[in-house]
Design a protein around this ligand. Sequence first.
Ligand SMILES: CC(C)(COP(=O)(O)OP(=O)(O)OC[C@H]1O[C@@H](n2cnc3c(N)ncnc32)[C@H](O)[C@@H]1OP(=O)(O)O)[C@@H](O)C(=O)NCCC(=O)NCCS
Length: 243
Amino acid sequence: MSIEILPLAEADIPGAVDCLQRAFSDDPYFRWAFDDPSKFNVERNAASLSAHFKFGLSCGYPIYIAKVSRATGDYKPNPDREIKLAPGSVVGICWWSLPEQPPIRQTWSVWANSWLLSFRQLMYNIRFAGRGGLNVRRYWIWKERQQEAQDYLWVDPRGYYFCNMLGVSSQVRGMGVGKRLMDVVMQRADEEGIPCYLESSKGFPNVAIYEKMGFELNREIRCVDGEDICKLYCMIRKPKTKS
Ligand SMILES: CC(C)(COP(=O)(O)OP(=O)(O)OC[C@H]1O[C@@H](n2cnc3c(N)ncnc32)[C@H](O)[C@@H]1OP(=O)(O)O)[C@@H](O)C(=O)NCCC(=O)NCCS
């Protein structure tokens, strides 16, 4: 088995959604925002993720997947694990937002696709009778805290490549797939001399994993809703080649 890193294609969206849902099933932010498991609707969640991927593709964001292929790959094989995954399976996904330099002007394409995304979400709200278990109050708490953190940390006038989604299937973790997914855009960022940014709600082991990729922990976000607190770790990676 080998694993290829490819740009996301529309046909891969269902596989990418499935991979992401599994990768994030024990994610602290996910559990905080979908706080009542009895209300979680996996199909509504899949519809929302799928709509976001379509939005990302239409806007030209760098979105890459790791896909099982028969071709020779350069991933690190793990002789201790026998892995049987069908060719074509999506085993990793990585989505970046592009850096924006002030004054930030939304392009026509992003504006139009944002409206289309909102419309699709509205239709899903009707079809699935709600947000599928998302605690909307908590979602907005997170959005506000995230904005505060980014306003404080994003001081570089060149902007930041923002990795807002990374997930690797549990069967292939620790084999270099996450790093290969990240490397595509981190190398581009290095060539352009632009920093990278991410937020992770899983401190262990993710902070150590991202430190190995060159990120540094810069700030912690605390999303507080009554007794329930969700922490997110904000990390920045300085460009390697240019300053
Ligand atoms: C975080 C995640 C994407 C990492 O992907 P991965 O494919 O397992 O990571 P890699 O194998 O590419 O490892 C990258 C580096 O971290 C190291 N690493 C991997 N797992 C580690 C662990 N548990 N503890 C410490 N270091 C670890 C690797 O050795 C490698 O370092 P090296 O390049 O010096 O050898 C993956 O664990 C995952 O999907 N987790 C669940 C979802 C999630 O938390 N996503 C991130 C949200 S921000």
